[in-house]
Write a protein that binds this ligand. Structure first.
Ligand SMILES: N[C@@H](CCC(=O)N[C@@H](CS)C(=O)NCC(=O)O)C(=O)O
Length: 213
């Protein structure tokens, strides 16, 4: 088998998703550090986003596509349930996380802290304050979703949980979101329990260069 390369920056929540997926599947891989829009990424992703993947002659972009390939190519526990209802639920949650939750929690809220674009580099308070009421709704939805079984789908750890976990990890790093997570007790214990998995520990994002924590 050729080497499986996951190409991207380890701080990216989507790179983190693919790394957790590889670990859960029991697939060895090499992480090739690369930034969005770098030549090695642009060669594979038409819009220059990370992660991208190289496996022999096969190249792929988009975390869901990469996880699909890994799930289908290698032996090991399924990342997404093969049962159509549970599989469909898993896709439903992955889509909610990628199209609704990530844009608010990561692209709007976290970016306003980490990459605010303000003249002095201080957090963009207007963007943060605008995000918080909508974030309360998202946290409430997630709280209800995990309250019964401690998983997003059925009673096992799936690719849906893998997609959410890195975002929740970043929520613990900022004051408003960390307090919000603390107030949602089922979601908080869900996060702590799954973050203790070896796959999540191994893929925990390092700090952004030049930043602490
Ligand atoms: N839908 C993509 C999203 C990937 C994504 O947004 N990656 C970010 C880093 S976390 C990125 O490359 N951003 C650069 C850009 O949007 O130009 C996936 O699932 O892989």
């Amino acid at each position: 088998m050729p080497e499986l390369q996951i190409i991207g920056a380890p701080q990216s929540n989507y790179v983190c998703v693919v790394r957790i997926a590889c670990h859960e599947k029991g697939v060895p891989y090499t992480l090739v550090p690369a930034l969005p829009h770098s030549p090695e990424v642009d060669a594979i992703h038409p819009f220059g986003k990370i992660p991208v993947m190289r496996h022999g002659d096969v190249t792929l972009s988009e975390s869901r596509a990469i996880c699909f390939y890994i799930d289908q190519t290698f032996e090991g526990p399924p990342l997404a349930p093969r049962n159509p209802v549970k599989g469909g639920r898993t896709e439903e949650w992955i889509s909610h996380v990628n199209t609704t939750i990530d844009p608010l929690l990561v692209r709007q809220y976290l970016r306003a802290h980490f990459f605010p674009g303000t003249p002095d580099g201080s957090p963009d308070r207007a963007a943060i304050e605008a995000a918080l009421p909508k974030m309360e709704q998202h946290f409430a939805v997630l709280e209800r979703a995990v309250a019964r079984t401690g998983h997003l789908v059925g009673d096992s750890f799936t690719l849906a949980d893998i997609n959410l976990l890195p975002i929740l990890y970043y929520m613990t790093k900022m004051p408003e979101s960390s307090a919000m997570l603390g107030r949602h007790t089922s979601l908080h214990s869900y996060f702590e329990r799954h973050m203790a998995r070896p796959s999540a520990k191994e893929a925990t994002p390092p700090p952004f260069p030049g930043r602490q924590g």
